[in-house]
Design a protein around this ligand. Structure first.
Ligand code: NAI
Length: 259
C-alpha cells in the first residue's frame, strides 16, 4: 500500500533540484503532484517525467501574493482540496555581510521568507476548512549556523524555522501538521552556484559523513513528514545534513574529499 495514495500535493520550486526529487518521491507514494515554479516550462517538463495524469504544472512567483493566490485557487478549482504542501521554492545566496546591498537583502527575504509565508498561509486557509493537511517547510542549516556569506540567506531561513513553530502552535487545532526540514549541503544547481571549491572543501571537512547529500535524501525525509507515520511529529525541524549540525571538534587522519 502506497503511503500517500490520492493526496493532492503542492511542491513549490518543483521544476528541478530538491523540489523535483520531492515531487517524484511523493508521486511514487501515490500522491497527485502539483509542481509550481517560476520556471513554468521547467515545471511542465518535470511533470511530464512523473507519470501523473492528474498532476498539474503551474507558474508561480512565490514572492508575489496575487500569483500565490491564483495558484492555490487553480489547485482547488481542479481538485477540490489540497492535502500536502512542500514549501520548497528558494534562491541561494553567498554575499559577505559587508557587501550585502539592499537589493540582495530584499530579494533574498522576499523569496525565501515572505514567499514561503504567502504560500503557507494560502494553503493553510484551504487546509483549515478541510480540517486536515500536512505542511513541510524547507529551511536550511544556514538558518542555524553562522556560515560565511549567509547573512541574508541564513536570516531568511532562520525566520522560516521560527515561522514553522508558530504555524505548528496555531494550526494544530485545524488538524494541520507542520514541520520543517533543514538540509545541509545538497548537490543541486543551487549548490553549484553558491559553493566555490573552497566552500566545498570546507563542507566536506566539517560534515562527519564527508560528502554532500543528494536531493533524494531530502525527499525521503519529506515523504516521512507527509505520511501518517509522522502524525505526532509537529513543529519539528528535521536536519538532513550528514551530521554537520551536531559535529564538534573533528580530528581527521586524512583530508576529506574536496568534491
Ligand atoms: P534550485 O535552485 O536547484 O531549485 C529551486 C527552484 O525554485 C527552481 O526550480 C527555481 O526556478 C524555483 N524558484 C526560484 N525562485 C522562485 C520563485 N520566486 N517562485 C517560484 N519558484 C521559484 O535549488 P535547490 O538546491 O533544489 O533548493 C531547494 C530548496 O532547498 C531551497 O529553498 C533552498 O534554499 C533549500 N536548501 C538547499 C540546499 C542545497 O544545498 N542545495 C541546502 C539547504 C537548503
Amino acid at each position: 500500500m502506497r503511503r500517500l495514495e490520492g493526496k493532492v500535493a503542492l511542491v513549490t520550486g518543483g521544476a528541478r533540484g530538491i523540489g523535483l526529487a520531492i515531487a517524484r518521491a511523493l508521486r511514487s507514494e501515490g500522491a497527485v503532484p502539483v509542481i509550481a515554479d517560476i520556471n513554468e516550462q521547467g515545471a511542465r517538463e518535470a511533470l511530464a517525467g512523473l507519470d501523473a495524469p492528474d498532476g498539474m504544472a503551474l507558474s508561480v512567483d512565490v514572492a508575489d501574493q496575487a500569483s500565490v493566490t491564483s495558484l492555490v485557487d487553480a489547485i482547488v478549482a481542479r481538485h477540490g482540496r489540497l492535502d500536502i504542501l512542500v514549501n520548497n521554492a528558494g534562491i541561494g545566496g553567498n554575499t559577505p555581510f559587508l557587501d550585502i546591498t539592499a537589493e540582495v537583502w530584499n530579494r533574498t527575504i522576499a523569496i525565501n521568507l515572505t514567499g514561503a509565508f504567502f504560500v503557507a498561509q494560502a494553503c493553510a486557509r484551504v487546509m483549515s476548512t478541510q480540517r486536515s493537511g500536512k505542511i513541510v517547510n524547507i529551511a536550511s542549516l544556514s538558518g542555524q549556523r553562522g556560515g560565511h556569506g549567509r547573512g541574508a540567506y541564513g536570516a531568511a531561513k532562520a525566520g522560516l524555522e521560527l515561522l514553522t513553530k508558530v504555524m505548528a502552535v496555531e494550526l494544530a487545532e485545524f488538524g494541520i501538521n507542520v514541520n520543517n526540514i533543514a538540509p545541509g549541503a545538497i548537490e543541486t544547481e543551487m549548490a553549484k552556484f553558491a559553493h566555490d571549491a573552497a566552500t566545498r572543501a570546507a563542507y566536506n571537512y566539517l560534515i562527519p559523513m564527508t560528502r554532500y547529500g543528494t536531493p533524494e535524501e531530502i525527499a525521503d525525509a519529506a515523504v516521512f513528514l507527509c505520511s501518517e507515520e509522522a502524525r505526532y511529529v509537529h513543529g519539528h525541524t528535521l536536519n538532513v545534513d550528514g551530521g554537520f549540525r551536531e559535529a564538534g571538534l573533528m580530528f581527521r587522519s586524512k583530508a576529506a574529499p574536496s568534491a
